[in-house]
Ligand binder design. Structure first.
Ligand SMILES: *[C@@H]1O[C@H](CO)[C@@H](O)[C@H](O)[C@H]1NC(C)=O
Length: 395
């Protein structure tokens, strides 16, 4: 792919030698120079419009009016002192859910496996076992009330895996539109499942193109296990990502990755059915969000804000150039400073754990003294003992 990219051809016209003959009468514009002079803008334009299918739009980034939020406390080198759980036994464990009764973490892996990780004070004594392989790309999961595990599978949609390991498809479309990238799931006390489809246009391997387009192809939804009905709660989301039901069961929070914000959708009470901002101006791109059971949400930030990322989010043309580069030359790495951003129930930031070398952390939860982080690309779960390596006051 990278050899002889079409981009190289566009420099040829400019350097084309036009060596006029000394004997030439009038202006010596050889035919080929004229042709190439005319053609070179056409070539460039062709290259740019190669990406015509990219229906680009301006992100409403002006809605982010403040500088990125800062937490009161941070640990900006969380890899120092952290441990790798299940090293090389887990492939891209994007999401993690903990069953405190059995001391087991369920995690969704890139090879189709939902794996069980029996954690231990000693990382070396961690036990990793394959539990169920449903064949797709399980991205996210939540533990149900009857030993079932609800899985958001990037290709298949919303799945239920019974305690015995039987796989059942719950939903793969809503309002006649198929899911392309089921991307988060949580379960309310009453059993209703809340989940998102990040994009109905791009799949999990193409998510970068969703970012480059900057259009709202995401939806937040609910699934009622009794009526088997899927309802769309919010349309037109900019990469709908993590979902968490609030501990008081009044609302669900869901993340909108490209807009660096999380929103609340009320499921009960006077505001039922309404949508409002939970937190915006996040210092990175939010992925999954989990409540820790003690009044805090753990928002995984797949990347911190980098200059390149910031500019790209603001300027569609820059995203188009990134698209051309990606298509003809190779992947662009714009992510760093990934980690977990912790906020209270009001959305006030309290702690931020991250590391310059961390990329694409996709989930974070607290178990005992440790923060455990899943990552969509790493061959392990990262854990950090926060009593030994706490976040410290930033000022
Ligand atoms: C940790 O692993 C050791 C060695 O297998 C075992 O004896 C111990 O019970 C485990 N601890 C916990 C809390 O599971």
């Amino acid at each position: 792919m990278a050899t002889d990219p079409p981009m190289a051809t566009k420099s040829r016209p400019a350097s084309s030698p036009s060596s006029p003959k000394p004997t030439s009468r009038k202006t010596p514009w050889p035919f080929f120079t004229v042709l190439l002079t005319v053609l070179s803008p056409v070539l460039v334009a062709t290259l740019v419009f190669q990406l015509d299918s990219l229906e680009q739009a301006n992100l409403p980034i002006h809605e982010l009016t403040r500088p990125p939020l800062k937490a009161l406390k941070k640990n900006d080198h969380m890899l120092q002192g952290s441990e790798l759980v299940g090293f090389k036994q887990l492939i891209g464990p994007e999401d993690i859910a903990y069953d405190s009764n059995s001391g087991v973490i369920y995690t969704s892996c890139a090879d189709g496996w939902v794996k069980r990780v029996t954690i231990n004070d000693s990382v070396a004594d961690t036990i990793v076992e394959g539990w169920v392989n449903a064949g797709g790309r399980p991205l996210v999961l939540a533990l149900g009330h009857d030993n079932e595990v609800i899985v958001g599978d990037a290709y298949k949609g919303l799945l239920k895996i019974s305690g015995e390991g039987k796989v059942e498809l719950l939903a793969d479309e809503a309002e006649g539109v198929k899911f392309k990238l089921t991307d988060a799931v949580d379960i309310a006390e009453g059993g209703t499942i809340y989940f998102t489809d990040a994009s109905y246009k791009y799949n999990v391997l193409e998510f970068f193109w969703d970012f480059l387009e900057g259009k709202p192809y995401g939806r937040a939804m609910s699934y009622d296990p009794v009526t088997k009905e899927t309802r769309v709660l919010a349309h037109d989301l900019y990469f709908a990502n993590g979902v968490a039901v609030s501990p008081d069961q009044q609302y669900v929070v869901f993340c909108e990755t490209l807009m660096r914000r999380c929103r609340k959708y009320y499921i009960q009470g006077k505001k039922k059915g309404s949508l409002e901002t939970f937190i915006d101006n996040l210092p990175g791109l939010p992925d999954n969000i989990h409540h820790d059971g003690h009044g805090h949400y753990y928002i995984a930030l797949s990347s911190g804000i980098t200059v390149a990322l910031d500019l790209a989010l603001k300027h569609p043309f820059l995203r188009k150039l990134m698209g051309i580069y990606t298509k003809y030359i190779g992947e662009i790495n714009v992510v760093k400073n990934s980690g977990v951003f912790i906020v209270d129930l009001e959305g006030k930031p309290t702690e931020h754990y991250y590391d310059p070398s961390l990329a694409l952390i996709s989930s974070g939860i607290k178990i005992g003294n440790h923060i455990y982080c899943g990552s969509v690309v790493s061959p392990y779960i990262v854990r950090l003992d926060v009593t030994k390596h706490p976040a410290r006051a930033t000022v």
